[in-house]
Write a protein that binds this ligand. Structure first.
Ligand SMILES: *Cc1c(COP(=O)(O)O)cnc(C)c1O
Length: 486
């Protein structure tokens, strides 16, 4: 068991400092001349007093308590926590990219503009769309942008369409984005096989349908087999099809949302295209659209002049929904995505998807005998199990997740999607070796055996982490946000 470490305030010793600077040899400015008196402190801030090495050790120790894909397997379903090649980090840090300013004259940043322009074209080719905006800063932001485009499209045709249809297996951001964009959402149930219930869809569409938002493969890791029919039903009613492409790991280079009939798609570059993510960003959620939605794209758009081939910011977009992000999105993330696409090439990207699907199916096949399997059959890049069979021992999916921590694994996604009881959602990703997959599988099997033999062991886990089982209700209702020594 790891010892509890003291808080930095508890380590403080009066008078100890982390630096030594020579005496000031210029006249000291009076802070009251620069800062209004009402904003000045009356007493120094109560900061801890420590030597430099103590500070370094304290923060290094804290950083070691973090878990990331660089120190272990992280099979968080729907989140694609995969290893990101360091090559792309290097590319994003090249001074020519990292040290430029968004307000520099166009002529001095032609390389950066070319990169954005080319990335737009690459993402359009990969998704089967006609144009792409790189502005949105996250997946949910891309969804919101896409829905605003859909709204602008319907309004331009003089149609008032107020409803967005969302299957019950969808990511929570889908109904949230639709609501934020001013739509009403209608939930479409899944059938017993995890597919969109076509009869329910047929009954829900109508003249007020603005769009259907769909993830394919769905959050259950299943490829929607009736996609052509679904597209037909929605288009027939005058609605548009929105593709949540946050998890494109299963389909790159194999199939394209544009070819499935989708009109709008967003991608999560911070899942699929080499940007590490977590903790709220930064991210990038580019949106691709079919021809009829191009006039509404956020401005500015990166254009290329016919005459001299120079790249420029195209602000002349009278029907644009306007800017959705300062400057032009999170540039460093776009550089990583560009480097990722270019270093893999078309064949490499296809191989990424093939390996993601192979890894998921290998793991699914080995784990299925030990869990309840809500949707049997071949999956795409992720799959769901149910811990329902462990309830007979009084053990829940949450307990399995906590026990995994003792073995140094980040648990998979649990209790999502909501339509699977005691859900466990696993996404191994393409970047793991067979040995890494087997290690995790063997641990999961061991935990199931523990649950049957010694349920209390599993129910009281974790034992090896700094923080043990938390009272999650109290953590939410009565959070301790400050230490008492302030
Ligand atoms: C992660 C995810 C999102 C949201 O992306 P953010 O960048 O976190 O806003 C949307 N849909 C699906 C299917 C996702 O997996």
């Amino acid at each position: 068991m790891k010892p509890e470490k003291a808080l930095i305030f508890e380590l403080s010793k009066p008078g100890r400092t982390a630096y030594s600077l020579p005496e000031c040899d210029v006249p000291e400015a009076d802070p009251a001349e620069a800062i209004p008196g009402s904003l000045l402190r009356t007493a120094p801030a109560a900061l801890p007093e420590l030597s430099e090495v103590d500070v370094v050790r304290h923060y290094t120790e804290l950083s070691r308590r973090n878990f990331g894909v660089d120190n272990g397997f992280y099979p968080l379903g729907s989140c694609t926590m995969k290893y990101n090649p360091k090559l792309n980090e290097d590319a994003a840090r090249l001074p020519g990219f990292a040290r430029i300013h968004p307000y520099q004259p166009e002529a001095s940043v032609q390389g950066a503009l070319e990169l954005l322009y080319t990335l737009q074209q690459d993402l359009a080719a990969l998704t089967g769309m006609d144009a792409v905006t790189l502005q949105p800063a996250a997946g949910a932001h891309g969804e919101w942008t896409g829905l605003m485009l859909i709204r602008a499209y319907h309004e331009s045709r003089g149609e008032r369409r107020t409803k967005v249809l969302v299957p019950d297996s969808s990511h929570g951001t889908n109904p949230a984005s639709a609501t934020a964009a001013g739509f009403e959402t209608l939930t479409i149930p899944s059938d017993a096989g995890g597919m969109v219930d076509l009869a329910a869809l047929q009954a829900a569409v109508g003249p007020d349908t603005a769009a259907l938002m769909l993830t394919n493969p769905s959050t259950l890791g299943l490829f929607e087999r009736n996609i052509a029919e679904i597209a037909g039903i929605v288009h027939e009613a005058g609605g548009l099809l929105y593709y949540d492409g946050a998890n494109s790991n299963a389909i790159m280079g194999i199939t394209r949302p544009g070819d499935m009939g989708f009109d709008v798609v967003h991608l999560n570059l911070h899942k699929t295209m080499s940007t590490p993510h977590g903790g709220g960003g930064p991210g990038a959620g580019p949106v691709g659209v079919k021809e009829k939605l191009i006039p509404f794209l956020p401005k500015p758009v990166v254009g290329r002049r016919e005459e001299d081939g120079a790249y420029f910011w195209d602000w002349h977009r009278p029907d644009s929904i306007g800017r959705v992000k300062s400057y032009y999105g999170n540039f460093g993330i776009l550089v990583r995505a560009y480097a990722y696409i270019r270093s893999y090439g078309p064949e490499g990207l296809k191989r990424v998807s093939e390996c993601a699907v192979l890894n998921a199916n290998y793991m699914r096949k080995r784990l299925e005998p030990y869990f309840y399997v809500p949707y049997p059959g071949v999956c795409k890049h992720e799959f769901v199990l149910s811990g329902k069979n462990l309830k007979q021992y009084g053990v829940r999916t949450l307990d399995v997740a906590k026990r995994l921590l003792d073995f140094g694994y980040h648990p998979p996604t649990i209790y999502f999607p909501l339509n699977v009881e005691e859900c466990i959602m696993i996404e191994p990703t393409e970047t793991e070796s067979k040995e890494a997959l087997d290690g995790f599988i063997d641990t999961m099997i061991q935990i199931v055996e523990e649950a049957a033999r010694d349920p209390e062991l599993v129910k009281n886990a974790p034992y090896e982490t700094v923080v043990k089982r938390l009272d999650e209700t109290a953590a939410a209702r009565k959070p301790v946000l400050n230490c008492s020594c302030g």
